[in-house]
Design a protein around this ligand. Structure first.
Ligand SMILES: Cc1ncc(C[n+]2csc(CCOP(=O)(O)OP(=O)(O)O)c2C)c(N)n1
Ligand SMILES: [Mg+2]
Length: 558
């Protein structure tokens, strides 16, 4: 029954519902149980998971698709267990709200030792301060509504995680003071700086012979993909994405030239981007992954680059203060620049070739895995990829229009893909979700398939079994890269649902994949790969990181 006067708990979940949130991912504990009772009574669905790292990744996956994800956990043992996932969301700008239970305000006034407390009552919040853009501890019901709105607002504006701690007793308290929802003022650029930047941008684009746009992840996080596409289409400028932003621009768009990641990219894409005389980096996170872990950033010399992000605006060596990205993109698309004739563009990963009969009995390789997957992953599907060759190999996968591709391609934490798939399935129940995960990463969070079964979700999961930490073997090998060989296909038996298949040849994978797509069941397909197999991209990553991390290779030894 809904109380006539809202409580802190009912207000919180009603407010999140009014913003379009449908699911909350979590694991309760005594400090959070009263909050879970309000969650259960709300219009939101509770997805109780098996382990907090999975809670964070699932809520992050949901957030990347919908624009706001929510994770609800208990004090310290739950929150701190989820810290790495929240750090990932911070690093990759995912709008994730963390709600945690906490001790009561009265207990906090005494310096008692209480279970779950680490050092001080404020320890968990202080740790989270480092991985969030706003934090609040709701000690006073009178200010709780305003505090909730402040944190949620910041999460949506900055597209970074936020933290709300609710003492177990405060969550039940009535609130009478609900401030009106005030629309945030639309940020405005400094008019002179905007004009100067637009003039410089038009001049740079007009005189360039080979401009290229790199459409990076901020465009997606801040809802600016359409504006970037309008700009590209108006001036006829080819567009590349990055591994992190893969698929935010349809990979079948005529101006799309492929994924750029330095030497990990297709050679033609790398050459085209690096020989551009006007590189327009929109919403870019310039990280070492951008350059395939190499320090080749100087190849993209400052003089012919344009950087336009929510945090920094720069053309050549000149910086423009207080210029808003959205305004810049919209105004630039209205500027008068003669659209250029397109020369020959690199072809993004071509349509994969169907398997010839004589290839069917061939042993699988990571390259053929992605080729066969590319043949069957249709529109309206979601792909989640884990760190390892599941990600590096995906560089060549050409996703179809409206395919969502989710990977923590910058922070690179293992264990993302299976729980993120759960978040994706909650966000888009009608779409088919494919999770691609290495055997090592599966051993970290694969148990969340239990959550999928519990909630009737039917992912298709590929466990890429190369018998251990393949990526690391290419950097620096040793017995520390070995893992126990699991009988992965037995997981479905353990969970009492779904179908487990082990495939070793191209043909077997094709048959299993077709069967999985046609069926309405969860599938776990164990893909057996040779230990020495790796995608060309992973081999380059291994070479580069090996050179940096392995002193023998650093010193030139074989
Ligand atoms: C949480 C976490 N722990 C450790 C690492 C370091 N690491 C990067 S790749 C990798 C091995 C991944 O093995 P697997 O999932 O089997 O994929 P593969 O490299 O074999 O394709 C490890 C341990 C990491 N990135 N994230
Ligand atoms: Mg492996």
């Amino acid at each position: 029954m809904k109380p006539s006067t809202p409580t802190v708990g009912s207000f919180l979940f009603d407010y999140l519902h009014s913003l379009g949130v449908t699911h909350v991912f979590g694991i309760p504990g005594d400090f959070a149980l009263p909050t879970f009772r309000w969650l259960q009574a709300s219009k939101l669905k509770t997805i109780t998971m098996t382990h907090e790292p999975g809670v964070g990744f699932a809520a992050d996956g949901y957030a990347r698709i919908t624009g706001l994800g929510v994770a609800c956990v208990t004090y310290c043992v739950g929150g701190l267990n989820m810290l790495n996932s929240v750090a990932c969301a911070y690093a990759e700008k995912s709008p994730l709200l963390v709600i945690t239970g906490g001790p009561s305000p009265t207990d906090r006034t005494k310096d008692v030792l209480m279970h779950h407390k680490v050092r001080t009552f404020d320890t968990q919040r202080r740790i989270f301060e480092e991985v969030t853009c706003a934090t609040a501890v709701l000690l006073d019901p009178e200010t709780a509504a305003a505090e909730i709105m402040r944190v949620v607002d910041a999460v949506r504006e900055f597209s970074r995680p936020g933290y709300i701690e609710i003492p177990f007793d405060v969550v039940d308290m009535p609130i009478t003071n609900i401030p009106p929802i005030v629309k945030r003022p639309v940020p405005k650029s400094d008019p002179d700086n905007l004009t100067a930047m637009l003039e410089d941008a038009v001049a740079a684009i007009s005189k360039a012979k080979q401009p290229v746009i790199i459409a990076d992840i901020e465009l997606h996080r801040h809802g600016l993909v359409e504006q970037a596409l309008a700009l590209a289409s108006k001036f006829n400028i080819p567009i590349a994405s990055t591994l992190l932003s893969k698929s935010i621009i349809s990979e079948t768009h005529p101006l799309f030239i492929g994924v750029y990641s330095g030497p990990l990219s297709d050679a033609a894409v790398q050459k085209y981007v690096e020989s551009s005389d006007c590189l327009i980096m929109l919403g870019a996170f310039i990280t070492d992954v951008w350059f395939g872990f190499m320090s080749t950033s100087e190849k993209l010399g400052r003089n012919h680059t344009m950087l336009a992000t929510t945090e920094k605006m720069q053309i050549g060596g000149r910086t423009y203060e207080r210029v808003v990205l959205k305004e810049f993109l919209e105004r630039l698309a209205q500027a008068s620049v003669t659209p250029r004739k397109l020369g020959t563009l690199p072809q993004p990963a071509p349509e994969p070739k169907p398997l010839a009969d004589n290839e069917k009995s061939g042993a699988l390789s990571i390259e053929n895995f992605f080729r066969i997957l590319g043949l069957y992953v249709g529109e309206n599907s979601i792909i989640t990829c884990d760190t390892g060759d599941a990600l590096f190999g995906a560089m060549k996968l050409r996703t179809k229009k409206a395919t969502n591709f989710l990977a923590d391609a910058y922070y690179l934490s293992m264990g993302f893909s299976v729980p993120a798939a759960i978040g994706a399935m909650a966000a888009r129940p009608k779409e088919r979700v494919f999770a691609i995960v290495g055997d090592g990463a599966f051993q970290m969070t694969g148990v969340e398939l239990s959550t999928a079964v519990k909630f009737g979700m039917k992912p298709i999961v590929f466990v890429l079994n190369n018998d251990g930490y393949g990526t690391q073997r290419f950097i620096l090998d040793g017995p520390f890269n070995e893992i126990l060989r699991w009988n992965y296909t037995k997981v479905t038996e353990l969970l009492g649902a779904g179908v487990g298949k082990k495939v070793t040849t191209n043909g077997e994978l094709e048959v299993a994949l077709k069967e999985a797509i046609a069926s309405d069941k969860m599938y776990l397909i164990e893909v057996i790969l040779p230990r020495t197999d790796a995608s060309p991209s992973l081999k380059r990553v291994g070479e580069e990181l090996g050179r940096i991390r392995d002193k023998d290779k650093r010193n030139g030894a074989a």
